[in-house]
Design a protein around this ligand. Structure first.
Ligand code: SF4
Ligand code: SF4
Length: 295
């Protein structure tokens, strides 16, 4: 069975994505029978695991290899610069100088293989460390210290797939904003959840953001944060673009207070638990999941 993969995202950082995701991850075992994996890849210092008692299953660092120049072997022949399709090497023959630009290098190795004078060797560059954690009750967390951007972020993200096996549900904490990294983290998800903080909402910029995301061909669902009801302009926009609203998260001072204490709101508090449970059920239904554990 293919897993259901749901990415949580907000165009504006600080809109409550991690709060929502943390609580949904907590209650997931009550709704689904299989394993839930939370992929924390938002480039912030990993935060979600702090709310759970976890045991480390394994840790793995991913490296790429960039060229390291030994100038004493280099004869300034220019072959490496010609071999590089990314413009990462410039050779100034008049000045007998080879210049390497790490930010442009894609670690393809072509220059190293081209140099016949052993002037280029491989130098390891760490792009990510993934920690695979058991959070109990059929839950696992995959949290990344990701140092890469753009091109290497894709590779860093791919490395996480080595860890994910036999899961029923993948929850992805995608970075906020509309840059490459945010979109890449969402790329493989079946469903995108847009968390909208109503205090930061205005229709026009969001209309364009929703349209841009829909243009990627993904199914979109909205979760409203900081309000128990959907504000009318947001409701109208969702109707206009046929975006389902999976639920509302009313403002509750207890959530940030408890977060500071490292506690989850769902434990022992039926009302809050029901809110997150209903949101997750709606998200799963929108993602095509139909089998739930009995309450
Ligand atoms: S291919 Fe080797 S020898 Fe030629 S310029 Fe590049 S590093 Fe120097
Ligand atoms: S490893 Fe590839 S991308 Fe990097 S400098 Fe060499 S040829 Fe260019």
């Amino acid at each position: 069975m293919n897993p259901i993969s749901i990415a949580f995202y907000s165009p504006v950082r600080g809109s409550g994505v991690s709060t929502l995701l943390t609580h949904i991850f907590e209650i997931a075992p009550e709704l689904i029978a299989g394993k839930t994996v939370l992929l924390d890849c938002d480039l912030e210092f990993p935060t979600i695991s702090a709310f759970f008692k976890t045991n480390l299953i394994r840790e793995k660092t991913t490296k790429v290899f960039q060229p390291l120049l030994n100038r004493s072997h280099c004869i300034i022949c220019k072959s490496c610069a010609k071999a590089c399709a990314f413009g990462a090497i410039q050779v100034f023959q008049n000045m007998s100088y080879v210049r390497f630009e790490p930010a442009l290098c894609r670690a393809c190795g072509a220059c190293i293989h081209t140099c016949q004078y052993n002037a280029l060797t491989e130098s390891a560059y760490e792009i990510a460390t993934w920690r695979h954690l058991d959070a109990g009750e059929r839950r696992e967390i995959l949290e990344g210290d990701l140092w890469a951007d753009d091109f290497f972020y894709t590779r860093a993200l791919q490395a996480s797939r080595d860890f994910i096996q036999e899961q029923e549900l993948i929850l992805i904490d995608a970075r906020g904003g509309m840059d490459f990294i945010s979109l890449e983290a969402m790329h493989h998800a079946n469903l995108l959840v847009l968390v909208i903080d109503v205090t930061l909402f205005s229709p026009e910029p969001y209309r364009q953001i929703f349209k841009n995301l829909l243009a990627h061909g993904k199914k979109l669902v909205v979760v409203v944060n900081r309000s128990g009801i959907v504000p009318e302009p947001l409701r109208q926009l969702c109707v206009e673009l046929s975006l389902p609203i999976a639920g509302c998260l009313p403002f509750n001072q207890g959530i940030p207070r408890n977060a500071v204490l490292g506690e989850l709101m769902t434990s022992g508090k039926t009302l809050t638990k029901d809110i997150f449970s209903n949101i997750l059920r709606n998200l799963l239904l929108n993602a095509g999941h139909r089998t739930f554990l009995p309450v």
